[in-house]
Design a protein around this ligand. Sequence first.
Ligand code: KIV
Length: 284
Amino acid sequence: MRVTITEIKEMKQRKEKIPMLTAYDYVTAKMVDEAGVPLILVGDSLGMVMLGYESTIPVTMEEMIHHTKAVVRGAKKALIIGDMPFMTYHISVSDALHNAARFIQEGGAQAVKLEGGESVAEKVRRLVDCGIPVMGHIGLTPQYIHQLGGFKIQGKVAEEAKKLLGDARILEEAGAFAIVLECTPAPLSKLITQKLAIPTIGIGAGPDCDGQVQVISDLLGLYTEFVPRHAKQYARLAGDIKTAVSSYISEVKSLSFPTMEHSYTMDESLIDVIASEAKQSKCR
Ligand code: KIV
């Protein structure tokens, strides 16, 4: 049985911290799931860490659905959340419903995430009314990067902080089952977490959120072009992969790979038969 949104909400009530990770492909999703992570986000961060775009803005629905399907095939237990890409839920409620439904019907996800507070509340309400669980996302919302003027901490001044608290309350009231707080000052994240009945999931939001989310490529040390201050590298796989590939190159060049240990054999007596048959067919 997959984890449900009810179980996620109960974790907050039990004061049990909620670990969440992103995943974008079958193999990684399987490992993350088997390790016991209850929430997997197919984040639009895949645009940067998997597809090499400069931001999340170019990510399309087709790309998200393709990766969501792979994650769903890999992870059998975790609740899977599809991240709605830029401008796929802003134009109209019907657009938001149509695109969110694709994540659930085609992608196989159990929930969607969208960025924004009050401005997206009406869409959140309608999605929830239609049976699509929604995770909110406020603070540093990368799809608003041009409007925000860069990757900056949000809610450092009183006006911004009040707006974020208001947005969080509005999302809860609209029916969101949890809210990501990205790059908000730790005391503000703590206050929002205390004021809400639904869980907050922080990234760069301090230790007092109900859960934490990290981008898997940061956690594994795979994406090294930019490592945010809030990321912790539990492994350094980029270095390990480069070392493995260099060893392979030098072993192929020096003939130390493959050895007979990595090769397949056949009965030596057949070699003569094959050679003579080949000779005969050439003569014919
Ligand atoms: O796209 C993503 O990976 C996210 C997380 C950072 C929350 O939105």
